[in-house]
Write a new protein. Structure first.
Ligand code: CP
Length: 304
């Protein structure tokens, strides 16, 4: 069976650290393998800048090739099924990276695919981003364990969930900071499951000041993701007091770092004076997409 990368829930701490170690070596300029003659199919139902370019550059720099497909300009637009599409792509390519609306579509793809399927973002998870975030925090703070990592925003959606899983698997204390509304929190059953499998703590905090208090790492994401446009007014009202502003970050630990997967909607989830401050590491974080994705591709496609 092909190794897939759909969520960090499927990966034990040891394997996550192995991918991160490989990424560190690659970033330091050590050659850790090549993917000559191999092709990654990149299938997008949603737009992308970072995921598309970083995977394409990663494949090029490893000696392979990336083929870009989107659901508007392929036969998916004419109702060819995902299953049939996968059965064709696996005849040409060595791995598939897909960005989809529904995580269940990735699960269906991986259940039939003979080649690895990588989650390039779904409604539930964004594990490639979390790998880059973990590497960034290790570089800046020297470790993950025992850090207070506070995520502000929609904790029921992909970045909130992936942050919670990835950082707590590596022993951080994760605070999910959001309004007291069920729709912004991971469902209780999932939260229970995570708390059983992870090593660090996962706490929910509705008070933004308490969530920020002594935080080592502050993370936020867009309040409105593609597909949620109809909820814009409601969400903007609900998340207003969770905006990562210079006033709020006064409560964080001295020397805290600020992460955002980007794109950022400046003036909404974060203010200019925070994202452009010395505490912000968002562009190092974006760069680390490239190094961690090279490591991930080698991990999935090269035999040990
Ligand atoms: N962070 C991220 O996934 O960026 P894109 O949506 O531009 O790929």
């Amino acid at each position: 069976m092909a190794k897939n990368f759909l969520t960090l829930m499927d990966y034990p701490e040891k394997e996550i650290r192995k991918i991160l170690e490989l990424a560190k070596k690659i970033k330091a300029g050590n050659s850790e393998g090549r993917l000559e003659g191999q092709t990654l199919a990149m299938l997008f139902e949603k737009t992308s800048t970072r995921t598309r370019v970083s995977f394409e550059v990663a494949m090029n720099q490893l000696g392979g090739h990336a083929a870009y497909l989107d659901s508007r300009t392929t036969k998916l637009a004419e109702k060819e099924t995902l299953k049939d599409t996968i059965r064709v792509l696996e005849r040409y390519c060595d791995a598939i990276m897909a960005r989809v609306y529904r995580h269940s579509d990735l699960e269906e793809m991986s259940s039939i695919s003979k080649i690895p399927v990588i989650n390039g973002l779904s409604d539930l998870y964004h594990p490639c981003q979390t790998l880059a975030d973990l590497l960034t925090v290790i570089e800046k703070k020297g470790k993950i364990e025992d850090l207070k990592v506070s995520f502000f925003g929609d904790c029921a959606f992909n970045m909130g969930r992936s942050t919670m899983i990835g950082f707590s698997k590596l022993w951080a204390n994760v605070f999910l900071v959001c309004p007291d509304k069920a729709k912004y929190l991971p469902d209780p059953e999932f939260l229970e499951k995570v708390r059983k499998y992870v090593k660090g703590n996962v706490r929910i905090e509705n008070d933004p000041v308490k969530g920020m208090k002594d935080a080592d790492v502050v993370i936020t994401d867009k309040w409105i993701s593609p597909g949620q446009e109809k909820e814009e007014k409601q969400r903007t009202r609900d998340f207003k007091k969770y905006q990562v502003s210079s006033e709020l970050v006064k409560h964080a630990k001295q020397g805290f770092i600020f992460l955002h997967c980007l794109p950022a909607l400046r003036g909404y989830e974060v203010t200019n004076d925070v994202i452009d401050s010395r505490n912000s590491v968002v562009f190092d974080e974006a760069e680390n997409r490239l190094h961690t994705e090279k490591a991930l591709l080698l991990y999935l496609l090269k035999d040990d």
